[in-house]
Structure formats: structure tokens, C-alpha cells
Ligand binder design. Structure first.
Ligand code: SF4
Ligand code: SF4
Length: 77
């Protein structure tokens, strides 16, 4: 009777999509690491010679990374 729907409900997986509010223009990034060093929350990491967002959830939107990037690559919304 109700078992089928119960089973189905238990198998539904909620996929959490984490949207990043940090945009990095990797075309202009030269991998200088200034942003990764400056970020107080270790949000950024260099991957394949360009800055990448490691974990947007721990970003406090302080915009230190934006201020320090010499190439204006980073936008924090
Ligand atoms: S806004 Fe601040 S906390 Fe967020 S990535 Fe930039 S430096 Fe780190
Ligand atoms: S400071 Fe700017 S140029 Fe340097 S690694 Fe970060 S995003 Fe790239």
C-alpha cells in the first residue's frame, strides 16, 4: 500500500547547488598567489596556475582579494 511511496521518498536525494558569489577572470590571472595568501579565510587556491574558489561558503565577502589582485581578476558580489 503506502510502502512504495515511502520507499520512493526515502530515495529522493536533495542536491545542494552551491553558487559561488566570487568570479575570477582566469584569462587575466597570472597565478601570482596574492589573493590566496591575502584571503583570511582560505577561500582561494591556485589550480593549474590560476586562482580558483576552494570553498565559497567560508567567504566573508571582505573583498581583500579584489583589492590585492594586480590584474583586477576578482569580483566578489
Ligand atoms: S572576499 Fe575576503 S573572504 Fe572572500 S575570497 Fe576574498 S579575501 Fe577571501
Ligand atoms: S591576485 Fe589576481 S592575478 Fe594573482 S592569483 Fe589572484 S586572481 Fe590571479
Amino acid at each position: 500500500m503506502g510502502l512504495g511511496s515511502l520507499f520512493k521518498r526515502n530515495n529522493e536525494k536533495k542536491e545542494e547547488v552551491i553558487e559561488s558569489h566570487i568570479d575570477i577572470n582566469t584569462d587575466d590571472c597570472d597565478g601570482c598567489e596574492k589573493c590566496t595568501i591575502a584571503c583570511p579565510n582560505n577561500v582561494l587556491i591556485i589550480v593549474e596556475s590560476v586562482s580558483s574558489v576552494r570553498d565559497p561558503q567560508v567567504c566573508k565577502s571582505c573583498k581583500v582579494c579584489m583589492a590585492i589582485c594586480p590584474n583586477d581578476c576578482i569580483t566578489v558580489n
